[in-house]
Each structure stands twice: as C-alpha cells, then as structure tokens.
Design a protein around this ligand. Structure first.
Ligand code: ADP
Length: 456
C-alpha cells in the first residue's frame, strides 16, 4: 500500500502507461499498414495474372485452352452461370453466384471467400467475351495463407518485442525513479534524524538540480533555526545569570544581617541594599518581558502622529535632572518641528535608553548634546556625549542582548545590556535604524533615524 502511494510507483506507472499507449499506436498502425499492403499486392498480382490470362486464353470446341497449364485456381462459368471448367487446387467455394453474375454483366469484382475446408481465398471475377455470341465469367483465386503467415509472424514479433519493451520499461522506469528520488529518501532520513538538540547537522545532498536546491533551502532553514535556538539558549542563560547576581547579593546581605544582633542603622543599610537589588531585578524583568513579548509579536503598538520635538523637549527635562546629579552639561541643539507615525511611549523609551546611557557613561563634568533635524524624509535624532566612548571592536555587538563593554562598570551603573537591544527593536518596528560613531576616551554619538510622517 505504501509502495502504491509512493511517487516512485506513480512515476513508473505513468511512464509505463505512456510507453503502452505509444507501443499500441505504433503496433496497430504498423500492422494495419502491412496487412493493407500485402492485400493490395495480392490484388495487383491477381490483376496482372488476369490480364495475362486474357491474352493466353481461348475456347476451342467448348473447352478453355491456356498457353501454359495454369497452377492457380481458375473457375470458368458459362453465360448461364454454370461452372463448366476449373483448374488448380480442388476447393469448394460456396456462394459465388453474385460475383459470377456481375462478371457476366461485364464487371470486374474482387471478393474474399472462405473455402469449405477453412482456407481463405482472394478471388477476382472478370468477364471474358471469346466471340460476340458467347460470354463467360472467369474467377481467378489465390489463397491468402501466405499473407496470414506473414501477419501471424508480425503479430508474434510485435507481441514478444512489446512485452520485452514493457518489462524493460517497467524495470528501467523503476530504476530511474529510484535513482532520481534517492536524494529525497536521504533528505527525509536526515530531516527525521535532526532533532532540536542536533541542529548542527546538515542534509548531505548537493547539486544544481531541484533536489540539490531543496536540500540547500532546508539546510538554510536548519541553519536559521540553529541560530535562533542558540540565541534563545544564550538569552535564557544570560537572563538567569543576570537575575542570579542580585539574588545572591540579597541572600548574602540578609544572611549577614541576621547572623547576629544589629543596630537599627545596620538593618536599614541592609534593607536599602536589598531594595536597590530588587529595583535592579524589577528593571531587568521588565526589559526581559518587553523583549519576550516583542519576539512573540505580542507587544502592543499604537501608531499615531507623534511630534518628536515635543517628545524630546519633555524627555530633556527628565534627563537634565539626571545630568545635573552627575554635574553634566545637557544641551538641546536644533529642534525642528518634525512628526513621525509611531508609538509615543515606545519612542520615548528608545530615546530614554540612549540618553540614560549618555549620562551613565559620561564622567562627571562632561557634556551631552541632543538635536533633531530632518533630511531625505527621515528625522535624525543625534545624542552626543563626551563620555568614555566605545572601542571599535565592540561597536558591531553593541545592540546584542546582554552585551556590555565593561560588565562591572555597567552593572555598577545599573545597566544589564538590554537598553540598546530594546532601542534597536523600537527603531526597527518604526521603519528606522540607529547608527553609532564613537571613539574610546572621547565620546560617542548615537543617531536615530525615523521615517517622517507622510514622507512617502
Ligand atoms: P546597559 O544597560 O548596560 O547600558 P545597553 O544595551 O544600553 O546596556 O548598552 C550596552 C553597552 O554599550 C553598555 O554596557 C556600554 O558598555 C555601551 N554603551 C552604551 N552607550 C554608551 C555610551 N553613550 N558611551 C559609552 N558606552 C556606551
């Protein structure tokens, strides 16, 4: 049943059907052509023979005389339609009257008759007028057995060669189908063997044909799955690690505080530290949730007309407070009145993450500069700081999840390496991008590009 449903079987079956139809058509037309030609040659031979007879035949004293004794079947009928003389093999041919009458009336007639013994004869009835007063009918006949023998042999040859051709076609078709479809079996087996934990494996089918391309496509898909699984695994490992650190700190702090009687000030200090770690954890969990929901496409987005100038001016007031805390100079530069179609809460989050970083990674006394300009249908928000900068080798990884240039420093500043990943995601869903240029020790510039509303 499984074999019958297989492509291999169906390919072979179709192949056989086509061969059968072709063989049938060619054999039938070959046979018909041969049979017609053989019968036509016999008729021609009879016609030639009849013409010969007409010239070599005479009636003398009521008897037919031939120049040479004929060996063919010759029946001579008188004008009354009675057989009065015959030559050649003695066979009984019933029902000749019609042909005899037609010949007596002057017509040539061809007919095929079966003799009483079963042999078939081709007959040619012709009129013969020896003198104006008498009229005869001569019937010339030849057995068709030679034709039958040739046709029988031809049928036999056709049958044997047809059967051989069909058998060869069946085996050949099956062999070809098996050979052509072998890579499919290999692809199926490989795909069955590749599990969630074995994504490093690839399907070993090469070539420029359709199956080679299919294997290539599947390998590409497995590669993407592998990368996605790896990212997921890395993300889970990083997230667990990131959450374990504050938990360990809280555990150590509470164990220490409880190890003996402490003063109120000491308990307060311990609780403050624990509270700080809880805030840190809450922030990370919030960011993780955001990323997880975004990955699943479940983070709701409300796109509406958002004035970037208003949004940035508002945000600048909050950042200014943070900046002043660190004795940083925060300046707003050109602020063009530009709007984009976007989710204002998410866009605020994007700029907040970048500006917070600028504050975080700029040492006391430095300065931060933000501007908003429009160019080529895009709004460009630039945030420049005179901070610690980023070495070129870190730039390509900056937007990866949990990537931090200096883990200890970032952690001390309250960062978990998720802020830029979130910023990149938000820019992406708005059809925009973020560029960074930075020089270690001098400062960085983050440029956010967003398509302007009605810019298309
Ligand atoms: P974090 O929460 O740790 O700040 P981000 O994803 O926001 O994580 O940033 C990733 C890393 O990029 C940071 O840890 C930091 O090393 C580097 N970085 C980001 N912004 C700046 C900046 N303005 N100046 C210098 N380094 C920066």
């Amino acid at each position: 049943m499984k074999f019958i449903k297989s492509v291999k079987f169906r390919l072979t079956a179709w192949y056989l059907i086509v061969i059968l139809v072709l063989l049938g058509v060619f054999s039938a037309s070959g046979y018909l052509l041969l049979s017609r030609n053989l019968h036509r040659s016999l008729d021609n031979a009879l016609t030639v023979r009849a013409a010969e007879l007409r010239t070599t035949f005479s009636i003398e004293q009521g008897h037919a005389i031939f120049a040479a004794q004929p060996t063919d079947l010759i029946l001579i009928y008188n004008s009354q339609g009675d057989l009065f003389q015959r030559f050649g093999p003695s066979v009984e041919l019933p029902g000749m009257e019609g042909a005899v009458q037609q010949a007596l009336q002057g017509q040539d007639v061809f007919l095929t008759m079966k003799a009483a013994v079963g042999q078939e004869f081709r007959l040619y009835a012709i009129p013969f007028v020896p003198d104006p007063r008498s009229r005869l009918a001569i019937i010339l006949g030849r057995s068709t057995s030679e034709i039958e023998t040739v046709l029988d042999t031809f049928r036999y040859v056709l049958g044997v060669s047809g059967l051989t051709a069909i058998l060869l076609a069946a085996f050949g078709g099956l062999f070809l189908a098996t050979r052509v479809l072998k890579p499919v079996d290999r692809i199926t087996r490989a795909a069955q063997e590749i599990g969630e934990h074995d994504l490093t494996r690839r399907i070993d089918v090469h070539g420029e044909d359709e199956l080679g391309r299919l294997a290539g496509t599947l390998n590409g898909m497995i590669g993407r799955l592998e990368a996605a699984f790896e990212r997921q695994r890395q993300f889970t490992a990083d997230a667990s690690h990131e959450l374990r650190t504050p938990l360990a700190i809280m555990q150590a702090e509470s164990t220490l505080a409880l190890s003996k009687e402490r003063s109120e000030a000491e308990y307060r200090k311990a609780l403050e530290l624990i509270s700080q770690e809880i805030s840190y954890m809450t922030a990370i969990i919030g960011k993780l949730l955001f990323l997880a929901r975004s990955d699943a496409g479940k983070e709701p987005l409300t796109f509406e007309r958002t004035n970037l100038k208003d949004l940035l001016t508002e945000l600048a007031a909050d950042i200014d407070v943070l900046a002043r805390d660190k004795d940083l100079k925060f300046t707003l530069g050109a602020m063009e009145d530009l709007s984009v179609k976007g989710d204002s809460v998410k866009l605020r989050q994007l700029f907040l993450n970048i500006m917070q970083n600028a504050v975080r990674y700029t040492p006391n006394g430095g300065s931060i500069f933000a501007s908003l300009t429009g160019k080529n249908g895009m709004a460009e928000v630039s945030i420049t700081d005179t901070g610690i900068g980023i070495a070129p080798e870190h730039l390509p990884h900056l937007f990866e999840r949990f990537y931090r240039v200096d883990k200890a420093r970032s952690r001390a500043e309250g960062g978990a390496g998720l802020g830029l990943a979130i910023a990149k995601y938000i820019a992406g869903v708005h059809g925009g991008r973020i560029d960074v240029s930075s020089e270690a020790g001098k400062g960085s510039t983050f440029s956010v590009y967003l398509p302007l509303e009605n810019s298309k």
